[in-house]
Structure formats: structure tokens, C-alpha cells
Design a protein around this ligand. Structure first.
Ligand code: NDP
Length: 245
């Protein structure tokens, strides 16, 4: 981990922030991206105060130019990029009959197109240096269907398929790029704040209150994937509360 340059999207809260803290504490140079400037600034200061290395830049993953800009910042500051953790996401779940079509489109833009934009930004550098590690946050909703998660789950199924094909093509092309897809279950973060449909919000809040675990648990498995030898690819990890059925 020491001195690895790691871009983290969705670093302003939850899983992204917890992962930034852990990886920086292990010696990584973390590059933090998300929309909320105040949160990124505070986290970078916290990491530096603890002796770690962190820089940040505001990032809306739906905009290709902003993904390109954070990759440029990382490269110009540290000379290379070792890992990108494509973690930014929202979960405004609802039954389809609620017709929350704005939410549907926003999930496609952030959870799918955000991943595409991040990969498009970093892939040329990874191919040129013949190494790199793409890690993405899918969800257990990307492994099986859940009512009220048709669109959210669909975006996370996409991430699974896309990451597996990136892994296969990278192996076939000999670029030494590793991939890891993380499938979290109930993790207590700000994610539930993105739900706008009252019935779904209440149901999810009750579930998370009962079983949710802290986001550092996901940080641990991200670190595990990175810390394997370069010839070893941990492609998929499902992580959730022991008590969640
Ligand atoms: P949080 O809401 O705490 O974090 C989401 C992060 O994504 C924030 O940092 C947010 O920052 C960022 N984000 C949202 N939209 C954008 C955007 N357009 N551009 C850049 N950043 C954006 O929730 P989590 O930590 O839980 O979520 C992280 C990932 O984990 C998501 O992909 C989520 O789907 C996934 N996940 C979470 C689970 C859970 O139970 N918590 C379960 C399964 C998967 P900002 O608003 O500042 O831009």
C-alpha cells in the first residue's frame, strides 16, 4: 500500500471517506473526489493531521471533463496512478409504480455513466504503464433482485457485468490491470438520505437500524484487494452484516 496513488470517487462520506482514511493510514497517497467541497477539504485536513498524504478536487462523476481533470491532478501531483476506486453512487429506490422517473435517470447518470466516465479517464494511463487497479462499488442489489430496487439494482448489475468484462479484456490484452467489484449489503452511511419515496425510506431505515454495520468494514476489503501481490486478482467480494438475511 505504501506510496500507492489512489483516486477515490464518492470520498466525501460513507464508504469512500472510510476507505480514504484507512488507505492513507497505511501509507497510500489518496486523491479525493466528490461534489461537496467542504467535506473533501475537512477529510484531507484530517488525513494530513494524522500524518497521511491527501489531495482533493471537486468532482461530478457525470461529467467526463471532471473525471479527466482529477486523473490529471493525480498524475501531475504524484507522477502516476495505481488504483481508482469508483465508488460514487446514489440509491433513491422506490416501487416502479411511483414513477420517480427523475430518480431513475439520475441513478443511470451517476451509478452507470459515472463508472464509465471514470474508466474512460484512467484507462489510457493504466494501459500505457501496463499496470493499474480498477475497484468499483456495486451492491448486493447487483447480484439479485429486490422489490423497490429495479433501477438501482439495474445500475449495480451493470457495474458487475462491466467490471467482469474489463477484467477479462485486460487479461486477454496483457495490460496487467486488476479489477475488483465490491458488493456491500447494509452499511450505515448517508446513502439512505437519497431515498425520496416515504414508504421505501421508512422500510430501509428500519432495516439499517436493525442490522447495519459501519463503512470501515468495506474499507477493510478494499485494502485486502489492493494488498494482494500484483499477479493476484481478487475480482469479487460480498460484504455485509452477519445478521442480515
Ligand atoms: P454515501 O451517500 O455516504 O456516499 C455516496 C458518495 O457518492 C458521497 O461521497 C457523494 O458525495 C458521492 N456522489 C454522489 N453523487 C455523486 C456525483 N454525481 N459525483 C461525485 N460523487 C457523487 O453512501 P455510501 O458510502 O453508502 O455509498 C458509496 C457506494 O456504496 C455507492 O455506490 C452505493 O451505491 C454503494 N453501496 C452502499 C451500500 C450501503 O448500504 N451503504 C450498499 C451497497 C452499495 P457528494 O454528494 O459530495 O458528491
Amino acid at each position: 500500500m505504501k506510496d500507492k496513488v489512489i483516486i477515490i470517487t464518492g470520498a466525501s462520506s460513507g464508504i469512500g471517506a472510510a476507505t480514504a482514511r484507512l488507505l492513507a493510514s497505511k501509507g497510500a497517497k489518496v486523491v479525493l473526489g466528490a461534489r461537496r467541497e467542504d467535506k473533501l477539504k475537512a477529510l484531507a485536513e484530517e488525513i494530513r493531521a494524522a500524518g497521511g498524504e491527501a489531495i482533493w478536487q471537486t468532482l461530478d462523476v457525470t461529467k467526463q471533463a471532471e473525471n479527466d481533470a482529477i486523473v490529471k491532478l493525480a498524475t501531475e501531483t504524484y507522477g502516476r496512478i495505481d488504483v481508482i476506486f469508483l465508488n460514487a453512487g446514489i440509491m433513491p429506490s422506490s416501487p416502479l409504480s411511483a414513477l420517480k422517473t427523475d430518480d431513475w435517470h439520475e441513478m443511470v447518470d451517476i451509478n452507470i455513466k459515472g463508472v464509465l466516465n471514470g474508466v474512460a479517464a484512467v484507462l489510457p494511463a493504466f494501459v500505457a504503464q501496463k499496470s493499474g487497479h480498477v475497484i468499483a462499488t456495486s451492491s448486493v442489489a447487483g447480484l439479485k433482485a429486490y422489490p423497490a430496487a429495479a433501477v438501482y439494482g439495474g445500475t449495480k448489475f451493470f457495474v458487475r457485468d462491466f467490471m467482469e468484462i474489463l477484467r477479462m479484456e485486460s487479461a486477454m490484452e496483457g495490460t496487467n490491470i486488476r479489477t475488483a467489484t465490491i458488493y456491500p449489503a447494509a452499511i450505515n452511511t448517508e446513502l439512505l438520505h437519497t431515498i425520496s419515496e416515504p414508504g421505501t425510506a421508512a422500510g430501509m431505515a428500519a432495516l439499517y437500524e436493525q442490522v447495519g454495520i459501519t463503512p470501515d468494514r468495506i474499507a477493510n476489503v478494499v485494502a485486502f484487494a489492493i494488498e494482494q501481490p500484483a499477479d493476484t486478482n481478487v475480482s469479487e467480494l460480498t460484504v455485509g452484516p452477519t445478521v442480515q438475511a
